[in-house]
Design a protein around this ligand. Structure first.
Ligand code: PLP
Length: 337
């Protein structure tokens, strides 16, 4: 059983012998593309008139919200699921998630016929939980925040031999989500800057490896002031966990920086910025009223950031990383409270 016992981890999370922490290369992202394009549609890249006018730039939205599950993460889920070693087909997968990672793993489990257990914090986005259950996953509530749920899932994996799907220390997940960057590069090779929300950093790492490394674009990551652990780790050169996270954007509510995406970010990320919770709320509302788009808080962080940056006269891409805003938050956005 030692194979399923944790090994020493470079960060404050648990990793197992099957976690290879070697960063994927741009070539690995191209290989993942042959998987992703078999299971998922290509997503549109659409100019935003509202944001282009407001910023005096050409702003394009990479509409990851149009994927099944409503968020980019499923690109990584199908890539990992398709490559899953046979030994885990019966015991299955376990992951911790505030929602979208769980939906991605659940989607992969259904696609490849592997059982899935997802640990969520006690007070999850209820629509995300329902979506995971609809995809056939067993959802278990555990702990006050994402990282409490994560520690529980890691223990279960060690005890029962599940394949623990880490939310970022997984080269297949990063290569899989990186396929979005290849699509951007093919549609708009002249892009100057990609501005991407960051939780654990798998998504931004994928853009670094593609439109950054191959296209020469600047890649900028965005976190909330109320969940800035990865921002601090990047700027201060460590992997220390942060204090409590209080952001309303559960997609980026991560308290612990992750080693694998951080390696890629340190090598290729141009900068990281913070936005306020007020900016996130305001941007959710403006996207709804002016663009008729439902974006969740995590997406609104990056969309809000470009409104505060000077991007004039450049070509900017912002991923609409997810549309799974809870009904309660959607009501708030409509009523403007
Ligand atoms: C997970 C998530 C993010 C952050 O992605 P990381 O790869 O964890 O940095 C951003 N937006 C949405 C909608 C997400 O679900």
């Amino acid at each position: 059983m030692t194979k399923y016992e944790p090994i020493e981890s470079p960060d404050a999370t648990t990793v197992f012998p099957y976690h290879d922490l070697t960063p994927p290369t741009p070539a690995d992202v191209y290989k993942a593309r042959s998987v992703v394009s078999r299971y998922l549609p290509r997503t549109p890249l659409v100019r935003s008139e509202m944001l282009s006018n407001e910023t005096d730039a050409d702003v394009y939205l990479k509409r990851e919200d149009t994927l099944p599950t409503g968020a980019f993460k499923v690109r990584g889920g199908v890539t990992l699921g398709q490559r899953l070693s046979n030994e885990f087909y019966d015991t299955g997968l376990i992951a911790a998630s505030t929602g979208n990672h769980g939906q991605s793993v659940a989607y992969a489990g259904r696609e490849f016929d592997v059982p899935v257990t997802i640990a969520v914090p006690e007070d999850p986005n209820p629509e995300k939980v329902a979506a995971m259950e609809t995809l056939g996953a067993t959802v278990i509530k555990h702990g006050d925040d994402y990282d409490d749920a994560r520690e529980w899932a890691e223990k279960q994996a060690a005890q029962k031999g599940y394949r623990y799907v880490h939310s970022a220390n997984e080269p297949d997940l990063i290569a899989g989500v990186g396929t979005a960057g290849i699509e951007v590069f093919e549609n708009l090779p002249e892009v100057d800057t990609v501005v991407c929300p960051v939780g654990g950093g798998s998504s931004v790492a994928g853009y670094c490896l593609t439109i950054g490394a191959i296209g020469g674009a600047e890649v900028i990551g965005v976190q909330s002031e109320a969940a800035d652990a990865t921002y601090r780790a990047f700027h201060e050169g460590h992997l220390d966990p942060g204090e409590r996270v209080t952001t309303m954007a559960e997609g980026i509510a991560s308290r612990v920086p992750f080693a694998l995406p951080m390696k890629i970010m340190r090598e290729r990320l141009t900068d990281m910025r913070l936005v306020s919770e007020t900016t996130i709320q305001q941007t959710i509302g403006d996207m709804l009223t002016d663009e008729r788009l439902i974006v969740e808080g995590a997406s609104a962080a990056a969309l809000g950031a470009i409104r505060e940056m000077d991007v004039s006269d450049s070509t900017v891409v912002v991923p609409v990383s997810g549309r799974n805003l809870s009904t309660e938050k959607l009501r708030h956005a409509i009523s403007g409270e």
